[in-house]
Design a protein around this ligand. Structure first.
Ligand code: RIB
Length: 305
């Protein structure tokens, strides 16, 4: 199975369920708490591996109990870690508020040691990136590292996917290194200035991303599904029906990681996107981020209807 090289961060997610977020200076009582593995890149690696992909994850960790949590979740999921240890820093954490009524979340993330990921770290992993089928990254680690990784992959003819989350200003030359860019609606708007509410607006945002150099845009539309547009194919893939949304944290990561697995297996882009949508529809029915990633059998069962 061709490898998927994923650059990103691991953090421990401290998730609080409460009817609303507290105001400044206020304390409120919550309805539930969980501490578990998170970080967009790590979640995507776990999703890719649980779906059957050969996921290789590149990051920095501290030397602490959160780093132990990272190694445990990767070992259980079958992710191969390529880690630089930063004994002088710490493994990051995220504070996540979840509204139990909707499952929607609000997140503050501190990447900790992963903030030190540098282009030199990517140079040290050139063989891994150059021999992969897919290079996938996000924007929780420094932009310079993401851009350098995309550049190494592109020069080696490796297919590149950028999940531009959280939203950030991107230099045009960075989008030009991406075969596929996968923003959600708000990230697409932040990158293009096009408000994405309707499918036509999603198509307009996709066209703007392509005009800035991306090969294709795959815009995730939450409960509605995804829109793929490469200038030749423009296709809306509806989401799978979900009876009860428990928590949306990690749904985008479920999509990106499993989409990469399907592409690495040789699926065409629309089949891969449908596979990713099936995985995301399972992820939102479970609490947690990495903990919510489905197995291959579970994704196949959703696809089989
Ligand atoms: O995409 C969800 C992730 O974003 C969470 O696991 C949290 O750690 C933040 O990085």
């Amino acid at each position: 199975m061709p490898a998927i090289a994923i650059l990103g961060i691991f953090v421990a997610d401290a998730t609080f369920r409460a009817p609303r977020q507290p105001a400044m200076g206020e304390t409120i009582l919550g309805q539930g708490f969980a501490l578990g593995p998170g970080g967009k890149g790590s979640n995507q690696a776990v999703a890719a591996a649980r779906a059957g992909g050969d996921a290789r994850f590149l990051t920095r960790l501290g030397r602490d109990t959160f780093a132990d949590m990272a190694r445990k979740v990767w070992a259980e999921a079958g992710v191969t870690p390529h880690i630089i240890e930063d004994p002088d820093s710490y493994t990051g954490a995220a504070g996540i508020f979840v509204d139990p009524a909707t499952g929607e979340n609000a997140i503050i993330v501190c990447p900790g040691s992963a903030e030190n990921l540098s282009p030199a770290d990517l140079d040290a992993q050139r063989p891994l990136i150059e021999n992969a089928a897919i290079f996938l990254t996000q924007l929780e680690q420094p932009l310079a590292a993401a851009k350098h990784g995309l550049g190494i992959a592109r020069a080696a003819g490796v297919r590149t996917i950028l999940n531009p989350a959280p939203a950030a200003e991107l230099p045009g030359e960075m989008l030009a290194l991406c075969d596929i860019v996968t923003p959600n609606e708000t990230e697409a708007e932040a990158l293009t200035g096009v408000r994405v509410e309707t499918l036509d607006e999603a198509r307009a945002a996709a066209a703007a991303l392509r005009a800035r150099g991306a090969g294709a845009a795959l815009i995730t539309l939450g409960a509605r599904g995804v829109l793929y547009d490469d200038g030749t194919i423009s296709e809306y893939i509806p989401a799978f029906k979900v009876t009860q949304v428990v928590e949306t944290t990690g749904a985008g990561d479920a999509f990106n990681g499993t989409f990469a697995t399907a592409l690495a297996e040789g699926a065409d882009v629309l089949t891969a996107a449908r596979f990713g949508c099936a995985a995301a529809s399972i992820s939102v029915t479970r609490p947690g981020a990495a903990a919510s990633m489905p197995t291959r059998a579970e994704i196949d069962a959703v696809l089989a209807g």
